[in-house]
Every structure is written in structure tokens, then in C-alpha cells.
Design a protein around this ligand. Structure first.
Ligand code: FAD
Length: 376
């Protein structure tokens, strides 16, 4: 194990998952000397177990700034993935054909239509196209839908990628950009020292001018050490992967998508079970039943893998990006859509951290929104 003592970096990013890696990559492109301190393979990491959507529709009901932030990231994705490919030679297989969310009853149609209308009626919300399609319109694009599909919502801004390749491209990119990746450096403590920060880790101490907490589930424990708050909780999601099959599905369809390698990923559960990644057969069969009602041909495919991973969720589901007021130079970044938002973390958030502060546009994402006194 490497002993790291008195290292000197402009920024230490705690966490080498999708959020920390994208930020570290962006910081390095802005000339910062960066270290990523990562716990290692034992960590609970949604970055390796997610569904890989770059998804816009439906995001931001309750926080219009989040709708704008999400759209901006999806818009940045084409350039971001091209930059990664040019630098690393890794194609993260990003495509933006638009996405459907199929609905199986008139009640579901009505609920979805209301949800999207309310989202787009919020004051100052970003405008973008979406459509509620009836069965005939959906069948024109996907003739193989099942008889139970009543319609779907559609948004041309939605897309998907290969998120394992994204993580690999980011790690290759940070290595090529001179970022020090320090595995087995679980941060136990963060202390403010001599105008900077001292991280006490499992493999020695690391010093830096700034620190970014992007440690997923452990953000909850680490953030208060620097006067910040990250009240995140785990939410389990199951994913099923089928055997590879000939390309049939050109769109990501809410919770069903065909990957660049030919397998079909199916994932659609939201379970409040703590830090538990056990796969439950009851949950996978419920997910599979709904998927087969949407695309009956899925019933003929063999399942080759199932897993469960834990989303990092804030109380309202929106991200937290914040700089500490008591210890300026310390930042927290945590969100539950780390694939979708990777482009913004690299291109729109990191430059501000490099410059030393977050502008007003980030105020909406402060954890202070959770600090309202309870009503009597
Ligand atoms: C089932 C499922 C489906 C999903 N689908 C999508 C999707 O389609 N689209 C989308 O945009 N998002 C999706 N997500 C969410 C996305 O995967 C996460 O937002 C993202 O992976 C979060 O990345 P992270 O870096 O914050 O966390 P993590 O992946 O948890 O990474 C945190 C890192 O911090 C390290 N760490 C933890 N504690 C410490 C410590 N004390 N010291 C040092 N290092 C530490 C860990 O080793 C880890 O590498 C999905 C998530 C799940 C679970």
C-alpha cells in the first residue's frame, strides 16, 4: 500500500465515481493539480451499476433550475463525449435519438400528462419540446409494442450511453491529464489546516488547497467536517440484462434500452431498504412482467445477469452543489443522475471550483433548502 504524506495538490476530490471523476477531469482541463482519493473496490458504488440514460424528460418538477441544469448537461453531452473520445480513444457510445416512456393505462397517461404540464408551467422553467403520443403514434416508431401500451410521453432530448465506458474514459482521461488517482485512500477525517485542507486517510495524509466531497453515500458523514451538509440516503434499484440480440430498439424507453453491445437492460425499481444490494426475485419478476407487456418479444430472451445498486438520493431527489461558508475552499457535489449530469460536472461545475467559488446560479442547489423549520 502506498504511503502518501504531505502531498500537495490544488484540489483533492474525495470519491472516484462518476461525479468525482467528471469533476476531477474538468478541473485538470483548467490547469489544476488534482488528486482523487478513493476508498476502493469495497465501496457501494452506483457508478458501476446504473442504467446509463442521459435523460431530460420529467426532470425538475419542484425545482425548475434542475430542469434547466439537466437540459444543459444533455446539450453538452455531444461535445463532452467527443472530447473524451479524442483524448482517450474511448467511444462511450452516446446517442440521442429521443426517449419514450410507455404507459399502460388511461390513468397512467393522464398522470404523466399532468406531471409534464405542471413541470413546464413552473415559473422560469427552461422550454423544450415533448409530446404525449397515443398508441398509433408510438406504434409508428416501434411497431412491436404490446397490446397493453396505451401511449407514451416522448422527448427528443433524451439519450443514452455506455456508462461503464464513460467511467473508463474518465479514468483514462484523468490519468492522461496528470491527475493522481489514489486508491485505498478512504478519507476518515478532513481538517482545515494552514489555509488548505488535510485529509486523514487509510493510507496516510494528503494536503490540498481545496477539497471536493464527491463520495456518494459517504458524503453524509464527510460534509459536516467542513461545515457542509449532504443528507443523502440509499435507494435500491434492480437491473436485469438479457442475452445479446439483433438490434431492434433504437430508442431508450424509460426503463428498457438496448445497449451498444446488443443486450437489453431493464430496470425499474425504487426501494427504500438501506445499504442493502441483495437481489430480490420478486422485484425482478415485477420489472420483467411490465417490460414484456411493453415489448412481448422480450419474453423470448434469456436473462444473463441481474443486480441491484443504490442510488444516492437527497430528500427531494435534486442535486446538492455547495461551497462551505465557514471553510471556503471546501465543496460538496452529490446527485442521483451522475450519468446525465457528467457533462455539466466536467464542463460547467469544475471551472467554477477551479476558480474558487460557485456563482449565484448554484444557490438553488444548496442544502440550505432542507433547513427550513418544520411547521408547527
Ligand atoms: C439502479 C440505478 C440506475 C441508475 N440509472 C441512472 C441513469 O440511467 N442515468 C443517470 O444519470 N444516473 C443513473 N443512476 C445514478 C448514477 O449511477 C449515480 O448518480 C452516480 O453513479 C453517482 O456517482 P457518485 O460518484 O456520486 O457515487 P459513487 O458511484 O458511489 O462513487 C463514490 C466514490 O466515492 C468513494 N468513496 C466513498 N467514501 C469514500 C471515502 N470516505 N473516502 C474516499 N473515497 C470514498 C467510493 O469508493 C466511490 O468510488 C442510477 C443509479 C442506480 C443505482
Amino acid at each position: 500500500m502506498t504511503q502518501t504524506t504531505r502531498s500537495d495538490y490544488d484540489v483533492a476530490v474525495i470519491g472516484g465515481g462518476l461525479v468525482g471523476s467528471a469533476i476531477a477531469w474538468g478541473l485538470a482541463q483548467h490547469g489544476q493539480k488534482v488528486a482523487i482519493l478513493d476508498e476502493g473496490d469495497i465501496a457501494v458504488r452506483p457508478s458501476r451499476g446504473n442504467f446509463a440514460l442521459v435523460w431530460v424528460q420529467g426532470k425538475g418538477l419542484g425545482l425548475p433550475e434542475y430542469a434547466g441544469w439537466t437540459k444543459r448537461s444533455a446539450d453538452n453531452w455531444t461535445g463532452f463525449s467527443a472530447q473524451l473520445r479524442e483524448q482517450t480513444g474511448i467511444d462511450v457510445c452516446y446517442e440521442r435519438p429521443g426517449g419514450f416512456l410507455p404507459l399502460l393505462s388511461e390513468a397512467e397517461m393522464e398522470h404523466r400528462a399532468n406531471q409534464l404540464k405542471r413541470l413546464h408551467n413552473q415559473p422560469n422553467v427552461v422550454r423544450y419540446d415533448y409530446e404525449m403520443m397515443d398508441r398509433a403514434a408510438v406504434a409508428k416508431e416501434m411497431p412491436f409494442i404490446g397490446k397493453d401500451v396505451v401511449g407514451a410521453s416522448y422527448c427528443p432530448l433524451d439519450g443514452h450511453c455506455n456508462s461503464l465506458k464513460l467511467l473508463r474514459a474518465l479514468h483514462t482521461g484523468i490519468s492522461l491529464s496528470g491527475v493522481a488517482y489514489l486508491p485505498n485512500h478512504r478519507v476518515e477525517r478532513i481538517e482545515q489546516r494552514e489555509g488548505g485542507f488535510r485529509m486523514v486517510t487509510a493510507s496516510g495524509e494528503v494536503r490540498s488547497g481545496k477539497v471536493v466531497i464527491a463520495a456518494g453515500h459517504d458524503g453524509r458523514r464527510l460534509a459536516p467536517m467542513v461545515g457542509l451538509d449532504a443528507p443523502v440516503r440509499p435507494e435500491r434499484g434492480h437491473i436485469i440484462v438479457t442475452e445479446k440480440t439483433a438490434p431492434f430498439l433504437k430508442f431508450p424507453v424509460g426503463f428498457i434500452r438496448q445497449t451498444d453491445e446488443g443486450g437489453v437492460m431493464i430496470g425499474d425499481s425504487f426501494e427504500d431498504v438501506g445499504l442493502d444490494t441483495t437481489v430480490r426475485n420478486g422485484v425482478t419478476s415485477t420489472i420483467a412482467d411490465r417490460a414484456i407487456r411493453i415489448f412481448p418479444l422480450l419474453g423470448k430472451l434469456n436473462v444473463v445477469r441481474t443486480w441491484a445498486a443504490l442510488r444516492v438520493l437527497t430528500p427531494d431527489g435534486f442535486p446538492i452543489y455547495e461551497q462551505s461558508t465557514s471553510m471556503p475552499g471546501a465543496f460538496v457535489a452529490t446527485c442521483h443522475s451522475g450519468v446525465t449530469l457528467a457533462a455539466n460536472h466536467a464542463l460547467a461545475l469544475a471551472p467554477h471550483i477551479a476558480a474558487g467559488g460557485l456563482p449565484d446560479e448554484f444557490t438553488a442547489f444548496s442544502a440550505r433548502r432542507f433547513h427550513v423549520p418544520a411547521a408547527a
